[in-house]
Design a protein around this ligand. Structure first.
Ligand code: GLU
Length: 482
């Protein structure tokens, strides 16, 4: 088998989007499964739309996910340059060659003339526009005349209308498009810049790309790309068009969709674990055999099988992402999770007043509940809020006959020297036994009196974290209001 070389070729017009990350990931998995190379190439010819640091941001976010290119503009291999803006002459040379071979021609039509031709075709009832080939057979004199008028030519590919372009798509099987459905298209614009469909072929061919996995929106581009390979007698890669990612309403993912965070950096900012994202994205359009869904990067690489790429749209299921991230948060080293969570807490709450032991303990307490690390803020926040019990909660405590219990437990807590989880636990149990109270009737009044909340972590741990003084003070305040 020839060497597998795949690529991810973003435009630096934005940050790494979840759709792009999925495409990059599947290419990466394919490369690594077959001991091949994953190449990062930049499609940066749309200068006006490029954003500052777009390239670095794309690379950084990919690397955060664990998708490390073997070749890229900053780590070039033998097939550079890896930025299209540095390859413009190359495209012009190949365009010239296509003209010489009779596969392409200069077109001097102005945008106004083209619009006019389009309107005429529409008026005549032709709805799929085709360029009218006005410039197909221009004489040298006609060209000289246009140039004298100040016109600059674009270069068009002359589509063979009798041909059918067929490929075996790795995801979808055989796809055929008749040449008569494709207009003579521009390969070099009048400003001298190659168009995407042309440049991508020159790049893929010269970089010896063996397989192209990309989004299904590129299916309609593939016949144009095949024409170029054939005209230049270059070897075709295999194509695989990944199905759409849809939201929970089964609608195509759009950058404006506010129900889903669109950019990888947002997940990073909220404290998702990169390994969890890698795992989640691998299941977005691919499925391993069996029911298991949590796999390490190495396991996914070993198992990856292009024949199991999905043929139907894949749903971006946030609950599943939460579940996967939660699994990784629980498995991860506590020190790592503590460091991540502390960063969020420091920014929002006065945690300087607490020691490191307190922080580690509270993070360990809430870790099993975290879908992503930033959620730690809302879980820890109640510990910093002033005592403020609601009337309905006072009524609830009364309903549970909690006053007697609170008086007894306050008394016991006051006598404790070591206010520590295990001892608190046995003290609560003992008090319950003495008063013949258990379950909800035993835990709820204490929890509400101290934290003013109905939920939280394990009660004895929560009490230890509030500290003896605060626990007694809050219970006392509650008793007075009952
Ligand atoms: N820059 C293109 C995109 O982001 C690459 C398309 C391709 O992979 O051929 O969609």
């Amino acid at each position: 088998m020839k060497e597998v070389r795949v690529r991810y070729a973003p435009s630096p017009t934005g940050h790494l989007h979840i759709g792009g990350a999925r495409t990059a990931l599947f290419n990466y998995l394919y490369a690594k499964h077959y001991n091949g190379k994953f190449i990062f190439r930049l499609e940066d010819t749309d200068l006006e739309r490029n954003i500052p640091h777009g390239e670095a941001s794309q690379l950084e976010n990919l690397e955060w996910l664990g998708i490390i290119p073997d070749e890229s503009p900053v780590n070039p291999g033998a097939y550079g340059p890896y930025r299209q803006t540095e390859r413009l002459d190359l495209y012009r040379d190949y365009a010239k060659k296509l003209i010489e071979l009779g596969y392409a021609y200069e077109c001097y039509c102005t945008p106004e003339e083209l619009a006019e031709a389009r309107n005429q075709q529409e008026a005549a009832g032709k709805f799929s526009y085709r360029y009218n080939r006005k410039c197909l057979d221009l004489t040298t004199e006609q060209k000289a005349q246009y140039i004298a008028e100040g016109r600059k030519p674009a270069i068009r590919f002359k589509v063979d209308v009798d041909k059918t372009y067929t490929w075996h798509d790795i995801v979808r099987g055989e796809i055929s498009v008749p040449g008569k459905d494709i207009s003579d298209w521009v390969i070099i614009k009048s400003n001298g810049i190659a168009t995407y469909n042309f440049a991508v072929v020159i790049d893929d061919a010269l970089m010896k790309i063996s397989h192209v996995f990309r989004g299904e929106e590129h299916i309609s581009n593939t016949p144009k790309q095949i024409m170029i390979y054939e005209a230049l007698n270059m070897e075709l890669p295999a194509f695989g068009h990944l199905t759409l990612i849809v939201n929970e309403e089964r609608k195509k993912l759009s950058k404006r969709d506010e129900t889903i965070m669109q950019f990888i950096s947002q997940y990073r900012d909220e404290g998702y674990l990169p390994e969890a994202m890698f795992n989640f994205f691998s299941l977005l359009g691919w499925s391993p055999e069996g029911e298991e869904e949590i796999f390490s990067k190495e396991e996914i690489i070993t198992m990856f099988d292009e024949h199991r790429l999905s043929k139907s749209p894949s749903m971006f299921d946030r609950k599943k992402l939460f579940w996967i991230d939660n699994q990784y948060i629980q498995k991860e080293d506590l020190i790592t999770i503590s460091e991540m969570c502390t960063k969020y807490l420091e920014a929002e709450l006065p945690i300087n007043s607490k020691d490191e032991g307190w922080l580690t303990k509270i993070i360990a307490l809430f870790r099993p509940q975290l879908n992503y690390c930033k959620e730690i803020i809302s879980l820890v926040k109640p510990f910093f809020e002033p005592f403020n019990i609601k009337d309905e909660d006072l009524a609830f405590i009364n309903e549970l006959n909690g006053k007697e219990l609170l008086i007894a437990i306050k008394d016991k807590f006051e006598k404790m020297d070591d206010f520590e989880t295990e001892i608190i636990k046995s003290t609560i149990k003992e008090t319950g036994k003495e008063l013949s109270i258990k379950g909800k009737n035993l835990f709820m009044p204490i929890r509400i009196a101290v934290s003013n909340e109905h939920h939280g972590g394990d009660l004895p741990t929560v009490l230890e974290l509030y500290g003896k003084e605060q626990v007694i003070a809050n219970i006392e305040k509650t008793i007075k209001l009952l």
